[in-house]
Design a protein around this ligand. Structure first.
Ligand code: KIV
Ligand code: NA
Length: 279
């Protein structure tokens, strides 16, 4: 299959193809996702929650994002590789934002960056694009706004909020983003936006009308610690936590009983050396 590129995504939308996006934060997972034929691999700043154990994405640093992106880069050959701009990396001015994005691209190997926010990010997005950096937008629930929002709730529910989201999407498209993540918005709003723009929409908790669907890989495989508050949009396809717990318990049992390691799981000296050692 052909390499996925920024222009090929738009062509896929024109052909009405539904595409797949997943997050990855390390080499083996990235390789499995890419080899499974997923079109976009996103090094999300969800890294903070699912891998680093933070409460939310606020503390994630640019160094952490660059490091994860470098690992993922080595595992991805076909998919488009996108990296999140972490909180603080694009909030202090366009020059700082360009510098941060260039680190994700030059050191990390990302082919594009994603940043959160609608109309308030237009100038910034135009500047990044002017520096040859493809940008993915992200509106609806923007987790980097958690301290302002006071939690993770459905966005765009009222008429006014829905209209604001639609305007944000149109403005992002006009500024030149190559796709837009719609997070936790009503399916009707996602449908209107998807029909209103020529670039693909990437939905998470945004219903069936988006061009592309994205999930956090740890949610998909049952490796995230969200069981008490699993969002309704998560469909869990495996229980890796249970599989890992069983494997670890069996290993511990075998060590304690002395059945691990067996003879063929250890090494011997040569027969001559054994004789010399008087074994
Ligand atoms: O950080 C992330 O994983 C994301 C996706 C959920 C879109 O931004
Ligand atoms: Na993110």
């Amino acid at each position: 299959p052909e390499k996925v590129t920024v222009p090929s995504l738009r062509a896929s939308k024109e052909r009405g193809e539904k595409l797949v996006c997943l997050t990855a934060y390390d080499y083996p997972t990235a390789r499995i996702i890419d080899e499974a034929g997923v079109e976009i691999v996103l090094v999300g700043d969800s890294l903070g929650n699912v891998v680093l154990g933070y409460e939310n994405t606020i503390p994630v640093t640019l160094d952490e994002m660059v490091s994860a992106t470098r690992a993922v880069r080595r595992g991805v050959t076909r998919a488009l590789l996108v990296a999140d701009m972490p909180y603080g990396s694009y909030h202090t001015g366009a020059d700082d934002a360009v510098r941060a994005a260039l680190r994700l691209i030059k050191e990390g190997g990302a082919e594009a960056v994603k940043l959160e926010g609608g109309r308030k990010r237009l100038q910034l997005i135009e500047r990044l694009i002017a520096e040859e950096i493809p940008v993915m937008g992200h509106i609806g629930l923007t987790p980097q706004s958690v301290n302002q929002l006071g939690g993770f709730r459905l966005q765009g529910k009222t008429l006014e909020a829905a209209r604001a989201l639609i305007e944000d999407a149109r403005a992002l498209e006009a500024a030149g983003v190559f796709s837009i993540v719609l997070e936790l918005v009503p399916r009707e709003v996602a449908r209107i936006i998807t029909e209103a723009v020529k670039i693909p929409t990437i939905g998470i908790g945004a219903g069936p009308h988006c061009d592309i669907q994205v999930l956090v890989i740890h949610d998909l495989i049952g490796l995230s610690f969200t069981e008490n508050r699993k969002p309704r949009f998560v469909r869990q396809y495996a229980n890796m936590r249970q599989i890992m717990t069983e494997a670890i318990s069996r290993f511990a049992e075998d060590v304690r009983s002395g059945s691990y390691p067996a003879e063929d799981e250890s090494y011997a000296v040569s027969p001559e050396t054994a004789a010399e050692l008087e074994l």
